[in-house]
Design a protein around this ligand. Structure first.
Ligand SMILES: Cc1cc2nc3c(=O)[nH]c(=O)nc-3n(C[C@H](O)[C@H](O)[C@H](O)COP(=O)(O)OP(=O)(O)OC[C@H]3O[C@@H](n4cnc5c(N)ncnc54)[C@H](O)[C@@H]3O)c2cc1C
Length: 377
């Protein structure tokens, strides 16, 4: 839009867009509460959520500010709830408010807790519809989306960058790589460092039986473990009224492990050969065992959610959908938390765009466009 004469082509390996993380998310428009003040996540989530609501309104996409509560169930969680409240205010999350147990009951009659945060602007949307709207805008402006075109080789020279794929090659003055679960591979192909590596984590959901969906009016989240970049098992009401419990966070053997039993030799080797994997396992093996138990047992999942919705029973849960997250893992075993955007010759790489990157997509796009204008020829 800034350069109407520029020729823009999107190369997508799958037969359709949004086939991976964007098409498998929880559909939550996050408000920006959790993220470290000053981080890209904090800034781009708050800006992005505001812009996304505006965009959905302009484009006629249904997006609802349904609201959400983050519930502390025991005194030991209160300092972390305080910290979330502090972060939320510092990040300028609109209308964020501390509530007591009675107010919690008014918002979520079946939830129990000793204190909570209420975020009325957290919402829900179908990110596949957002992606489709962006795609139609791009093509209407003269851009091209080529599906079924997987980039297999990258070379940069004085004149620009060449992207090789099964059907030939595309030459461009500059390239922006947003390859999600495969972002590290494309960055390395373009000459970047192998650090961080993408390790796939499967996030599976269970759904509440239709007759039990009234246990949840909006979205109910626990106070998360501050050491992990995951939000904990939560209950979310979708636009169609269905309620999902999850997700799990289980390291898996394929970057497209939409079935738990899927393994790919290259993906597994890439995870196991990375020193960061073993450092992470040494640090988080207890959490890993809990996640394995949860993935194997509906009862373990139900008892986690029943901490804040005590009426919830194992028999209320049925099979739900799942996705695979691209989690960037540093060589030293740190789970990279913030968004990471880096450079190679004639190219920009989005190397870590986990949740809330779908919420932040318009703000993140502006950051990429600013860097492209400032740094690329
Ligand atoms: C289970 C789950 C729940 C989530 N819930 C939320 C949520 O509620 N709210 C939120 O804001 N975020 C959520 N997220 C995070 C969000 O989905 C992602 O941050 C976001 O979708 C990332 O978008 P992306 O474009 O970077 O990656 P993707 O959507 O994964 O897209 C990457 C694309 O690159 C393509 N590609 C890869 N390699 C190549 C190649 N060699 N050549 C050509 N194309 C290639 C892929 O086919 C894919 O289409 C969730 C994620 C998961 C997994």
């Amino acid at each position: 839009m800034r350069h109407p004469d520029a020729e823009v082509t999107v190369l997508e390996r799958e037969p359709a867009i949004a086939a991976h993380q964007t098409g498998h998310s929880s559909g939550v428009i996050h408000a920006g509460i959790y993220y470290r003040p000053g981080s890209l996540k904090a800034r781009l989530c708050v800006e992005g959520a505001r812009e996304l609501y505006e965009y959905c309104e302009q484009r006629g996409i249904r997006a609802e500010r349904a609201g959400k509560v983050i519930v502390a169930t025991e005194p030991g969680e209160l300092p972390r709830l305080d910290e979330l409240e502090r972060r939320g205010h510092e990040n300028r999350v609109p209308a964020l408010r501390r509530i007591d147990a009675d107010e919690l009951r008014e918002i979520e009659p079946h939830a129990t807790g000793i204190a909570a945060l209420h975020s009325p602007v957290t919402g829900v949307v179908d990110f596949r519809q957002v992606a489709a709207a962006l795609a139609s805008e791009l093509t209407a402006a003269g851009g091209t989306i080529s599906t079924g075109v997987g980039v297999e080789g990258i070379s940069a020279g004085a004149a620009g960058v060449t992207l090789r794929h099964g059907g030939g090659a595309v030459r461009a003055k500059a390239a922006v790589f947003c390859a999600g679960l495969w972002s590290d591979r494309l960055a390395v192909m373009a000459g970047a460092s192998p650090d961080p590596r993408i390790v796939p984590f499967r996030g599976a959901y269970l759904s509440l039986r239709p007759e039990r969906q009234d246990l949840v009016r909006t979205s109910i989240y626990p106070v998360p473990d501050p050491d992990l970049p995951f939000l904990g098992v939560h209950l979310t009401r979708d636009l169609d009224g269905s309620v999902h419990a999850g997700p799990s966070a289980l390291m898996v053997g394929a970057r497209d492990a939409y079935r738990l039993t899927r393994f790919r030799a290259r993906d597994l080797a890439s995870t196991l050969a990375w020193p960061g994997t073993w450092r992470m396992v040494r640090r988080y093996w207890r959490t890993g065992l809990t996640e394995m138990r949860r993935a194997a047992s509906r009862r373990a999942f139900a008892s986690e959610a029943a901490r804040f919705v005590p009426e919830l029973r194992t028999s209320d849960l049925v099979h739900g959908h799942g996705g695979v997250r691209a989690q960037a893992l540093a060589r030293d075993g740190a789970l990279v938390d913030d968004f990471v955007v880096s450079r190679t010759e004639h190219a920009i790489h989005v190397r870590n765009a986990p949740s809330p990157a779908a919420t932040s997509c318009l703000a993140l796009a502006r950051l990429i466009a600013d860097r492209a204008e400032g740094e690329l020829p």
